[in-house]
Design a protein around this ligand. Sequence first.
Ligand code: UDP
Ligand code: MG
Length: 320
Amino acid sequence: MTEGTKNSVKISAVIPLYNEQDNIKELYAELTSAFYKLKLSYEIILVNDGSTDQTLDLLRDLARQDKRVRVISFTRNFGQTAATSAGFDHALGEIIIALDGDLQNSPHDIGKLLDEMQKGYDVVSGWRKKRKDPLVSRRIPSMLANYIISKITNVKLHDYGCTLKAYKREAVENIQLYGDMHRFIPALTSWQGARLSEVEVSHFPRKHGTSKYNISRTFRVILDLINVKFLISYSTRPIQFFGKIALVILAGGGLAAVGMIWMKIFSGVDMTGNPLLYLAIMLVLVGIQFITLGLLGEINIRIYHEMQQKPTYVIKEIIE
Ligand code: UDP
Ligand code: MG
């Protein structure tokens, strides 16, 4: 695409779709009516994430009818994060709006997000204050997840799981998404220095089709959270992360050894028969392993940044 086309699109809506055949028509109608009211130039990027129903055929029809619609179709189901990421990579707009393809989000809230963004934010997240999902399998796990994510990432939002969000293109340009990371996009952008805000958005129960997730997602979120915390806090200094663990373990090993010697001198307990000996040996070995892991991490991070000439900082502007 030429620069001209690139700049003529103001907003790109990015929508991942996996077996959403019964939602597509209404989704498209709602989107076009919402954009019509906003009077901004836009494109709609529909990502077919390996659907096995009629989704792709319907998307094809839309792309044929409307040149503002672009369809990206995956060879198989790669997951919502991959679909979102592909949409971001192909988006031409200055602002990217992500939303669900099942009409649980309303395209009519896009205006609200854009108004908030006008105040100078790079990312505006939707907050489903009145969420229309099952209580036990959804809302309770998600309340817990939101609490933990906000504590651990230090990014203060109420609702990380809401797909409806607006991003300035620069804010997401440099982030890479893996696994199930789409709910951590705000945390990752904030780590790069983006300013975040939040607005209440409406939420609707799913009318057609079924949810693609179940309760097991909650456990996967916990692992992803550890990953994100590590990336955000230690990715340029892994020895600090592994080293801290190593020092605690080595201290434990040292204590065990001291305890063993103490028992030998003052109570005459044989060192070789004392379980503390084995504990000391194990802890010292494990501690050394952790130091080594940290050092390997340091080498990796150098390879990562230097091979790709990726700086370890993000520049906003240079003033001369
Ligand atoms: N989705 C996707 N690939 C997947 C799972 C989900 O593209 O592997 C899409 C799905 O079609 C929908 C959005 O991601 O547009 C959110 O999924 P879903 O509604 O199932 O999640 P929930 O609202 O239940 O959290
Ligand atoms: Mg949904």
